[in-house]
Design a protein around this ligand. Structure first.
Ligand code: GDP
Length: 367
């Protein structure tokens, strides 16, 4: 038995298999580190040498431990969500864990929304979404970490709300928290080495600190993996259809009752009953949408999934879809978590299909 190798930066156990988990070190770097006796995980190495943070994720338990420790501090909590996947960004019990500390909600990836979106309306909508999850935010901001849109406004709002407190940034994986923090670092760094690290007692992972104008720190925390994200069910080739890279061009369809839309072979939407109406689909622009009759839909999927209907590519990669039916009283969005959403008129019955484990739900319409 050999002793586990430990990163001298953060104390995480060194591993060479999962780049997204603590302690990841490429095999080559491991050999070199053993030689020199300076063994850093990839994340700490980049942090030391490039002042750049990489995303890292932890288990639910570790994450909840971190969150409840935030509750013992006097701080502002900045909660980052993916505006394209709000449901997949929710952290159950967040408000309870952070105690009396104020929460500022940041909707990231607004560059994906259609150009015509009304920021005020989307902010109000996002506030309602997080209210439902038990969070009472002191503010809601919309940004794009990728294009840098409104990141300077966000920094102003953070500074206003932080007063004499530290700021903790939290979020599940994939919401763009690391990209956002790297933007903040670039905006706030005149000199090199703006970053320092610290640990909460009883945790192994380093927390990354960036100095703020108020003399306190902005602290990055690891992301938690949200198990029901569509991303976990797909290989990297298929994944690119799920997380849109470009501004979404909504696609509209006039549907009669008993018509079906396939979203590749990853999702399916049935208009079960209601009068002829318009439906708008918000998914990645490259995802193929195919219309059929509801009565033929099962057989169509059976025959064409993986071939005409992609992604996934290849019949052997096709995942069976599960059906979820809804009676809709108000104009709503039917959400297939991680894949996108379809607007649904009031007074209709619809069903949404997704791989088992991927949430399908009805929410108040975003637009
Ligand atoms: P983290 O796990 O929350 O730290 O997320 P990352 O910063 O690693 O980002 C996850 C994915 O979202 C990456 O593919 C990023 O390129 C992408 N991403 C991050 N911010 C934005 C954004 O503002 N707009 C868009 N379109 N994509 C983003």
């Amino acid at each position: 038995e050999t002793e586990p190798l430990i990163c001298i930066g953060c104390g995480a156990q060194i591993q060479t298999t999962d780049p997204d988990s603590p302690g990841y070190t490429p095999k080559g770097a491991l050999a070199k580190g053993m030689e020199t006796g300076e063994l850093y995980c990839q994340r700490c190495f980049r942090l030391r040498h490039y002042n750049e943070i990489q995303p890292v994720s932890v288990s639910d338990d570790e994450f909840l431990n971190l969150l409840s420790q935030i509750g013992t501090t006097n701080s502002l909590v900045v909660y980052v969500v993916d505006i394209f996947d709000v449901n997949g960004s929710l952290i159950p019990g967040l408000q309870r864990f952070v105690g009396d500390n104020p929460v500022l909600v940041v909707g990231n990836k607004v560059d994906l929304l259609p150009a015509s979106f009304k920021p005020k309306k989307v902010k109000d909508w996002l506030r309602q979404m997080v209210n439902r999850a038990g969070i009472r935010p002191v503010g809601v901001e919309l940004v794009s970490a990728r294009t840098n849109q409104s990141v300077d406004d966000l920094l102003k709002v953070i500074n206003q709300n932080a007063r004499n407190r530290d700021v903790y940034v939290v979020g599940v994986t994939n919401v763009g928290k690391s990209t956002l923090i790297n933007q903040i670092i670039h905006q706030s760094s005149g000199e090199e080495q703006v970053i320092t690290t610290s640990k909460f007692p009883g945790t192994t992972l380093d927390l990354i600190k960036i100095p703020l104008d108020n003399g306190h720190d902005l602290v990055d925390t690891p992301g938690i993996i949200h198990a029901s994200q569509m991303a976990h069910y797909l290989n990297s080739h298929d994944l690119k259809y799920v997380s849109p890279q470009k501004r979404i061009k909504p696609r509209s369809y006039q549907l009669n009752a008993e018509q079906t839309l396939f979203l590749g072979a990853l999702g399916r939407f049935d208009y079960v009953s209601g009068t002829k109406a318009g439906f708008t689909v918000y998914v990645d622009n490259n995802l193929m949408i195919h219309r059929t009759k509801l009565e033929n839909a099962d057989a169509f999927f059976e025959k064409h999934a993986g071939e005409l209907l992609t992604p996934p590519v290849g019949a052997e990669n096709v995942i069976p879809l599960q059906r979820h039916e809804f009676k809709v009283t108000d104009t709503s969005d039917l959400v297939i978590e991680g894949l996108g959403w379809i607007t649904v008129p009031k007074g209709s019955v619809v069903s949404g299909w997704a791989p088992k484990g991927v949430a399908v739900l009805i929410r108040k319409s975003m637009f």
